[in-house]
Write a protein that binds this ligand. Structure first.
Ligand SMILES: [Mg+2]
Length: 411
């Protein structure tokens, strides 16, 4: 083993490293960097069993800096020593100047394998140097070992060395930059995945919320609709709903060729009820009568509505006159049984109703007006003939009005 401090042992090819080349200009290299030691450095590992090579290399690269950073040299004098050194410093090492023939003829190649496979370091640049051309066949080494340059020591002039070093540093810098970018990209991807997951969760939550709001809105709409069709005072269907419903049933029954019956009801002498008991009591009376009418009806298609003032309408789809007459009788009885005192009545001492009953087979080109009109005529007749009774309009006998056989005698 040569003495590292003895320059007299330099081989011929080593001496070439000292050849000054004044014309040599390097784009990225600054040979003068006063603050070099205060900045970070490029770590260079020299593995060579000839100490003179270490000295020559360091001397040739003295004051060299790349992108403002000087070189920091670490030395090993055998393959095994090289592995030991690299096991500690490989992660910060930019490049390795590696001799091929040291304690064995392929010690340097073992170090290459060690770096790439055992240390799993593919970033550090490896420059193989041999002073024994032919000992390790150049082509197969370049092909089979993951190295970045292969030079003969005889070729290593200062110019050649600088070119090799700068190429290695640029390559290392680019590898590190690409690796950093890859890591940043990976982090960005992880972040994006998280964001996407959060978005998915948020989107699902939003869908649930929208569904909840939609249900609440539908419920509110139904309630609004109900309120829009409800008479505020009596809490049964209002006139607007009556009109819609009658028309709807008219269309359905004209297609089905089924009868539609209508009863119009009027509270007898209601004006005098209001005069005697006051409007508040009048309202309470109307509400009680309306609720009684509503409760009389059992079929889901039957409808009791406030027709206007103290008038009510009962829609009876699929009902013939017989059925409507039965309902009329029940209504009269039910209201009488409410036993609401009515001192102003000339008919009874209780509140009573007069009813007009009519029935029609709707047909498509006509309107329900006829039905309302005939029921109204029957109601008028019932009132005219003494009240507290119902009167039936018979379609077969035209405008002829028949008084109900079960009408109450005038009291
Ligand atoms: Mg050697």
């Amino acid at each position: 083993m040569s003495n590292p401090n003895d320059l007299s042992e330099l081989n011929a090819h080593d001496e070439l490293m000292f050849v000054e080349d004044e014309d040599f200009l390097l784009e990225d290299a600054t040979l003068d960097c006063e603050d070099a030691l205060e900045t970070a450095t490029w770590t260079v590992v020299i593995v060579d069993d000839e100490p003179a090579v270490h000295q020559a290399t360091q001397l040739a690269l003295n004051n060299f800096a790349f992108e403002g950073k000087p070189l920091k040299f670490l030395s090993a004098y055998s393959g095994e020593e090289g592995k030991q050194l690299l096991s500690e410093h490989h992660s910060e090492t930019a490049f390795v100047l590696l001799d091929v023939v040291m304690e064995t003829h392929d010690a340097g190649l073992n170090v290459v394998q060690y770096i790439r496979e055992e240390l799993n370091n593919h970033k550090v640049r490896i420059i193989l140097r041999t002073g024994h051309p032919g000992e390790a066949p150049e082509e197969s080494v370049i092909l089979n070992y993951d190295i970045n340059d292969y030079t003969l020591k005889v070729e290593l002039t200062r110019k050649r060395l600088l070119t090799t070093v700068i190429t290695a540093l640029r390559s290392y810098r680019d590898v590190i930059t690409i690796d950093q970018q890859r890591q940043e990209l990976a982090q960005t991807l992880v972040h994006l995945e998280k964001v996407q997951q959060q978005l998915t969760v948020y989107s699902q939550a939003l869908e649930i919320k929208v569904a909840e709001r939609t249900r609440a809105l539908e419920k509110a709409n139904q309630e609004l609709k109900r309120l829009a069709f409800l008479d505020g005072l009596t809490e049964i269907a209002n006139r607007r709903y009556f009109d819609d419903y009658l028309l709807q049933q008219w269309q359905i029954l004209s297609q089905a060729q089924q009868p539609l019956a209508l009863i119009l009801a009027d509270v007898d002498l209601f004006k005098s009820y209001n005069d005697i008991y006051g409007h508040q009591s009048g309202d309470a009376c109307l509400k009680q009568v309306a609720q009684a009418l509503d409760q009389v009806l059992n079929r889901p298609t039957d409808l009791a509505a406030r027709f206007g003032g103290e008038e009510f309408a009962i829609v009876l789809p699929y009902s013939d006159l017989k059925g409507a007459e039965q309902i009329a009788e029940i209504i009269l009885t039910t209201v009488r049984e409410l036993a609401l005192p009515h001192e102003g009545s000339s008919v009874s001492k209780w509140v009573t109703l007069s009813l007009g009953v009519s029935r029609i087979f709707p047909y498509a080109d006509s309107s329900p007006d006829t039905l309302i009109s005939t029921a109204d005529q029957a109601l008028y007749k019932a009132k005219q003939t003494g009240r507290d009774r119902y009167c039936i309009y018979h379609p077969s006998s035209g405008l002829e009005l028949t008084l109900s056989p079960s009408m109450n005698p005038i009291s």
